[in-house]
Design a protein. Structure first.
Lengths: 424, 150
């Protein structure tokens, strides 16, 4: 029995989510913008066909998109998160072992059948996902993660493979590896790719076959690992349980610049509220908190500043963290700068399972339990009735602060007031 | 505008709301002999949703399925994992919109039929691009819809 590695991912995931639950978009060119309506982060195949490229700033292509009749959507993470959750739970059911790698990608380890051919399994899985949640996926199969990633790339770019490609079963592996530009090898990094190019190593096949000692001399274990993975030896095993997060960050760009301390306080506070919520969800407490802000990288003079404080007792209590952030915000603020981004970073995280009690603890255990119950109640209310149902006045945002998402579709799968209409 | 309360998102580990089958009144003295038998409740999620990952909700607009018991404003529970068969009430994508009809097979031709004489059946082959998006499994109808209408 031989193990194979597969990389399964959603094609144009965000755009596909939008099209799937809004049939008026199917067959039409759709692009999805990043947070704050910044740049294009997803394109439907129709939009791709029009020659619209990834990463373009929205303001630059706005008129062109309008002229071409492209539907523009702000990112709707409530929807994508729900669809991602559905996708991953289906994959978990149908793969032996799964590592969820990102919102729309997962590595799976599977046994090869006696005839070695995993394509029937892959085709079935693809059909099943499409029927159950309406999303197209691509499946690349190889012996290692790097191979699986390359196979996935081939499955997606060459239409005759219909979204499934197995690098291990193809007779002309060399041919396919030759078609992969060195920069497209997963995990190579800019530096290694540039070095390879300089040495005349331009494709995945050349990297696989080059002398290992040269790679080792230049990049050490990292280089060898990559080459071995390309040769089909597993060096990057599945990470089944994600390691607990070491830090949690909440940051946003503003729809218009912030210039006063009062406004910065409000913005930072709303981030702290959100970050504390995240901590509680992750069952963690923060031992230190950092607040940062900056102007636009293009503004002159450019200004950026951050400040950190340690907490005597690690906490995930919004009130405690808000108090700590107040002083930090004061430290980083300077007038006359057009600040466009601010954030908070919760650091030195530890699990709520082991709490060191401290003599400095201002709360006795009864108080502490009461506070915990309060946080739990607030989280439940917000989860049930929508974010911001109950919050702290410090973070109450005035209209016009929040992120720009002028063209966001609604939470079609997660709120009853927003579900799509069917005509009868 | 006054929105009704949003529900919690649909999840694998969905919240369970148990309505106990029987509640014993508190009586001083001896414990109720029935207490030991109250070990389950009715979870409506479990009753209405068999495949959470492939279940979606849609809101009905229109009257063409009223004879099938599906009224304007009802909440439809749609399971995409089911294979559509003639006789099923299905959600089809026609001309860029969701349409609710009954799938029917007559003389080896597939139709989408309304349960209402005013709406003629639609022959599927006449459409270049038609998709059966999902199979409707429940329609949740509010009985006092006038009193509590949106």
């Amino acid at each position: 029995m031989t193990q194979a590695m597969a990389l399964i991912d959603g094609n144009n995931f965000y755009a596909a989510c939008e099209q799937n639950l809004n049939p008026s978009l199917s067959g039409r060119p759709v692009v999805v913008l990043s947070n704050n309506d910044g740049c294009i982060v997803a394109r439907s195949p129709e939009a791709r066909g029009l020659g619209i490229s990834m990463g373009q700033p929205y303001f630059k292509v706005r008129h062109e998109l309008k002229r071409l009749g492209v539907v523009v959507c702000s990112s709707n993470y409530a929807l994508y998160g729900d669809m991602s959750h559905r996708l991953m739970s289906l994959l978990e059911k149908h793969c032996e072992q799964l590592e969820v790698y990102s919102i729309d990608e997962a590595f799976a380890q599977i046994h090869r059948p006696h005839d070695w051919d995993l394509r029937p399994w892959a085709r079935q899985l693809r059909a099943l996902i499409h029927q159950n949640i309406g999303l197209p996926i691509a499946i690349g199969i190889g012996s290692s993660k790097v191979q699986a990633k390359l196979a996935n790339h081939i499955a997606k770019t060459i239409s005759i493979h219909a979204g499934v490609f197995d690098l291990d079963i193809t007779k002309n592996q060399d041919f396919w590896l030759k078609t992969i530009e060195i920069e497209n090898v997963w995990g190579i990094g800019r530096q290694m790719a540039r070095w390879c190019r300089m040495k005349g190593i331009n494709t995945a096949q050349q990297l696989r076959d080059m002398p290992s000692n040269e790679l080792h001399a230049k990049f050490g274990v990292r280089g060898i690992r990559l080459q071995n993975e390309l040769r089909g030896k597993i060096c990057l095993p599945l990470k089944m349980i994600p390691p607990p997060k070491q830090q949690t960050c909440v940051s946003r760009s503003f729809s218009r610049p912030v210039t006063s301390l009062k406004e910065l306080h409000q913005v930072v506070s709303s981030h702290v509220i959100r970050a504390s919520e995240k901590l509680r969800k992750q069952k963690q407490r923060a031992g230190a908190i950092t607040v940062f802000t900056r102007t636009s990288p293009f503004s002159k003079p450019f200004y950026k500043q951050s400040a950190t404080t340690q907490l005597n007792i690690p906490s995930n209590d919004t009130s405690v963290l808000l108090k700590a952030s107040l002083g930090l915000t004061k430290q980083i603020f300077q007038p006359y700068h057009l600040l466009i981004k601010a954030g908070v970073l919760m650091q030195k995280l530890q699990s709520t399972d082991h709490l060191q009690s401290s003599l400095l603890d201002p709360y006795n255990s009864e108080d502490r339990q009461r506070r915990e119950r309060l946080m739990k109640t607030i989280d439940k209310l917000n989860e049930h009735y929508g974010n911001g149902t109950m919050s702290w006045a410090a973070g109450a945002l005035k209209q016009g602060w929040e992120m720009r998402h002028e063209r966001m579709s609604s939470a079609m799968t997660t709120q009853t007031t927003r579900i799509p209409i069917v005509h009868s | 505008m006054n929105f009704p309360k949003p529900l919690a998102p649909l999840r694998e580990n969905r919240p369970q709301l148990f309505i106990p089958l029987a509640i014993e009144c508190v009586s001083a003295g001896f414990p109720s002999p029935a207490d030991d038998y109250i070990n389950s409740g009715i979870d409506l999620n479990e009753e209405l949703i068999h495949n959470p990952t492939s279940t979606f909700f849609l809101r009905v607009s229109g009257h063409s399925m009223s004879n099938a018991g599906i009224q304007d404003g009802d909440l439809l529970v749609v399971d995409r994992s089911l294979n559509p068969h003639p006789g099923h009430i299905v959600i089809a994508v026609l001309d860029g919109a969701f349409t609710l009809k009954r799938l029917a097979l007559k003389n080896e031709t597939l139709y989408l039929e309304a349960d209402h004489p005013n709406y003629p059946p639609i022959e599927l082959w006449q459409y270049e691009d038609v998709q059966i998006w999902g199979v409707a499994v429940h329609s949740i109808h509010h009985l006092n819809s006038i009193a509590t209408s949106k």
